[in-house]
Design a protein. Structure first.
Length: 394
């Protein structure tokens, strides 16, 4: 059942949103992306005669902590939705139940932080049942938490006859499906970030599905060293070298081309003020570390990316947070943007690559930017997410 098939007239929609937004010291919202992302789902329900109860977590509170109260975001949510949001000072209990029951069509109620109750993360059935009383229809639109079997994301679904995904999760699943199950060839995955260990299962799962795999960022040095290269003091996982060689061998068998950097921007310390130089990636001297891909690698990668029709990008090419080591990540962003402008489908996901895309202004130049780092990674690993499964089980 999808959101278009449900009649919301005079019904309360209980929506799990991901309003885990950053707040500054004055407890004001500094990035509204996640609230904006939930807006189409909320507006759809209000326009179709329903009322809305929103539930979310914020941060990792230890018990009840005022700085993690969702009351701080009420005005921001109201501004974005164009509706004055009512706030419930608890997410369960008699008073909250009464507030939800008196909602009229077109009204929005925001519940207090779910994680003020340990039962949320414990996936407690009684707690989930209490939450379920607050709505007639359950809508999960929190992709960022869909990989957690929490009370509000997974356990709760069993108490509803009518349940569906919101428009955000539908978009997420559709975008991942385009890359993983029905891509247009040639297909390329660009994987960056610090460690091979965090991406092993992703690499294993996508190798048979892609024509090209670019390995950049810190993880590249483990592959270079495994093949006998000298990498100086660059980041390396010595216990993963054998695995790196196995992955390279598997890629050959599958006829998947793996592209590693050929040169590195090196530095004598992990600092923006460090002395910098350029070196072949397999000839880095002791005392130096690779912190970005070099000019030739950027050109090589851009040439491959521009040939591809389906692009998955997860992880930066270097320490992009430091301006002097951001050029590799920017070069990849430019290549992905160019390919997208020429008709390729591009999906960007994972915390660091999303941050880079926003920082360097590529957000509107790629096809889709995923909102869920951990959830997207688990789907790329081929796992079924509990929050997705719970809604699909009608």
């Amino acid at each position: 059942m999808n959101i278009e098939q449900i009649d919301f007239k005079d019904k309360r929609a209980l929506i799990r949103v991901d309003f885990n937004v950053p707040l500054n010291e004055e407890l004001q919202v500094t990035d509204t992306t996640r609230i904006e992302a939930a807006k189409p789902t909320i507006v759809h329900i209000l326009e179709h005669g329903g009322s809305v109860v929103l539930m979310s977590h914020l941060g990792r509170p230890d018990g009840i902590e005022d700085k993690y109260s969702l009351k701080h975001i009420v005005e921001t949510v109201s501004d974005i939705l164009g509706v004055q949001v009512i706030f419930a000072s608890n997410c369960v209990g008699e008073e909250t139940l009464e507030q939800s029951k008196t909602l009229e069509s077109g009204q929005v109620l925001l519940l207090e932080n779910l994680r003020f109750h340990p039962e949320e993360e414990q996936g407690d059935t009684d707690f989930a049942q209490q939450l379920a009383q607050l709505g007639d229809v359950y809508v999960n639109d929190a992709f960022g938490t869909a990989h957690r079997a929490h009370a509000s994301t997974t356990i709760i679904a069993q108490f509803f006859k009518e349940k569906c995904f919101g428009k955000l999760i539908e978009q997420e699943l559709d975008s991942l499906n385009k890359v993983m199950n029905s891509p247009t060839s040639p297909v390329i995955a660009i994987l960056g970030g610090a460690k091979v260990s965090s991406k092993i299962t992703v690499i294993e799962n996508i190798l048979p599905k892609v024509d090209h795999l670019i390995l950049a960022g810190g993880m590249a040095y483990t592959f270079v060293k495994a093949q006998g290269g000298e990498i100086g003091d660059s980041l390396v996982e010595d216990d993963k070298q054998e695995l790196a060689l196995e992955l390279l061998e598997k890629a050959k068998e599958l006829n998947t081309q793996i592209h590693l950097p050929v040169d590195s921007v090196i530095a004598d310390s992990f600092s923006e003020q460090a002395t910098r130089d350029l070196s072949p990636i397999d000839q880095i001297a002791d005392g130096w570390m690779g912190l970005d891909i070099g000019e030739q690698s950027r050109k090589n990668f851009a040439a491959v990316i521009k040939e591809c029709k389906t692009i998955l990008w997860n992880g930066p090419a270097g320490v992009f947070e430091m301006d002097v080591f951001s050029k590799g990540t920017i070069a990849i962003g430019n290549a992905v943007a160019d390919a997208t402008a020429n008709g390729a489908f591009s999906l960007v996901g994972g915390g660091d690559s999303v941050a880079a895309v926003k920082q360097f202004g590529f957000e509107n130049k790629v096809s889709y930017v995923s909102t869920g780092g951990g959830a997207m990674l688990e789907m790329l690993e081929g796992k079924t997410l509990p929050g997705i499964k719970a809604v699909q089980e009608q």
